[in-house]
Write a protein that binds this ligand. Structure first.
Ligand code: FE2
Length: 413
């Protein structure tokens, strides 16, 4: 899991993390908002209900009426009020309690137990509201709200009676729940998308700047390599041809396509270390003396050192360092042999030798292709990797233009 996480890019990690945080926030915020709005809705219903009860009851009763039992007319009046359209008809149950806790009226027949329990008016002194989300008058149901409407005489603190009213708010609360649980997450979703779009754009710009910077940095090294070619070779495109031929070989070897860039770069930069060589050695037409040979051979290591901090893969840097190793271990700088030599170095070694033999130099004509191939064949197993040499020779024999026109052959392939 941790390994998988580490493999993700920064923007992928941000996407996952921010999505998780957004979902968590949306959940917490929705729940908090839901509770708050539900509470407001219940209080609102209770206040409106209380006002309606008081407005309907007050003109019809005198304070003394609540000191004894209600008359049949008063009961009939209350029945009418609580069945009337416009708010109070939503009252599932209405009870009127006297100050001493006795039941004066109920809109339904009440069991003895309720009558005996009574209601403690001193505890309900004032306007009390609470929702019984799981409780009902007679059976469990969500959305039932119970509130008290105390009846008081002006100037006196204690109520003379209290209405206990159960309202069915299930539909309204369900509606609120549905609205909150759709709009709040949707709002968070749009917020997330907007922020993500901004971050994604910023990240793309950053990636582009990074790529530009990398390209500019690599461009500097390629320019240096080209400067060497311009001085060292006749046509000035030795490294480019080596790079293109190397990619042909990589393709024939069925290497993964994502390695082709590294193969090309190894070809382009394999002679970079020659930048520090004195012209007397670099451009010498005759054989080098032992001292000069030591200086010349140092170029592989020097190329590696120059590239050490370049934004290139280690494969490229090592390919440059070891492109003069020999299959039999008699090369330099390390004297590596066989498959201990990096694969890209072995490819570059073959195509570099071929390109050098077949191209014209100021002081000599290039060798005919057939002769160069015979030289490669002769040195296979000693200087060159036999498998790579064989594949390269087959490639060239199949396509003569590949040998003669390196770069163009690659471009048209
Ligand atoms: Fe070369």
């Amino acid at each position: 899991m941790i390994r998988l996480w580490n493999k993700l890019s920064l923007i992928q990690r941000y996407t996952i993390l921010s999505a998780v945080i957004t979902v968590a926030l949306a959940f917490v915020f929705s729940e908090a908002m839901l509770r708050w709005i539900e509470r407001l809705a219940i209080e609102d219903e209770a206040k409106v209900g209380a006002e309606q009860v008081l407005r309907a009851i007050a003109p019809q009763f005198r304070p003394n009426d609540f000191g004894r039992t209600l008359s049949p007319q008063q009961r009939a009046f209350l029945d009418t009020v609580f069945r009337a359209k416009g708010g109070l008809n939503r009252a599932v149950r209405v009870r009127l309690w006297r100050a001493d806790g006795r039941l004066l009226y109920s809109n339904a027949s009440e069991p003895e137990a309720v009558q005996a329990t009574g209601v403690n008016l001193s505890a309900q002194n004032g306007f009390a509201v609470f929702a019984e989300r799981q409780g009902r008058v007679d059976q469990a149901a969500a959305g039932l709200v119970r509130f008290f409407v105390p009846l008081t005489i002006e100037g006196e603190g204690k109520p003379i009676a209290v209405f206990e009213i159960f309202y069915d708010l299930a539909h309204r609360l369900d509606d609120i729940r549905w609205r909150v649980l759709t709009t709040v997450p949707l709002g968070f979703f749009f917020l997330y998308v907007a922020i993500f779009a901004l971050v994604d754009r910023g990240s793309q710009q950053l990636e582009k700047q990074k790529a530009d910077l990398k390209a500019a940095s690599i461009g500097t090294f390629l320019s240096l390599a080209s400067a060497i070619d311009a001085k060292d070779t006749y046509t000035g495109d030795h490294s480019s041809k080596v790079a293109d031929l190397a990619v042909h070989v990589a393709r024939a070897l069925k290497l993964p396509a994502e390695m082709f860039d590294d193969v090309r770069m190894s070809g382009r930069l394999h002679d970079l270390g020659k930048i520090g060589l004195p012209d007397a050695i670099l451009m010498k037409t005759g054989p080098l003396n032992p001292d000069e040979l030591v200086v010349m051979r140092n170029h592989a290591e020097r190329g590696f050192e120059i590239l050490l901090k370049a934004p290139l893969s280690d494969r490229v840097k090592l390919a440059v360092r070891h492109s003069h190793e020999r299959w039999d271990g008699n090369g330099y700088p390390e004297g590596l042999s066989g498959e201990n030599i990096p694969l890209m170095s072995r490819i570059v070694a073959v195509v570099d030798a071929f390109e050098a033999m077949t191209s014209d130099r100021p002081y000599r004509k290039g060798m005919p292709i057939q002769v160069a191939l015979e030289r490669l064949e002769r040195d296979t197993g000693s200087h060159f990797d036999p498998r790579i040499t064989k594949i390269f020779i087959q490639l060239v024999r199949k396509d003569v233009t590949l040998a003669a026109l390196g770069t163009r052959a690659v471009a048209s392939s």
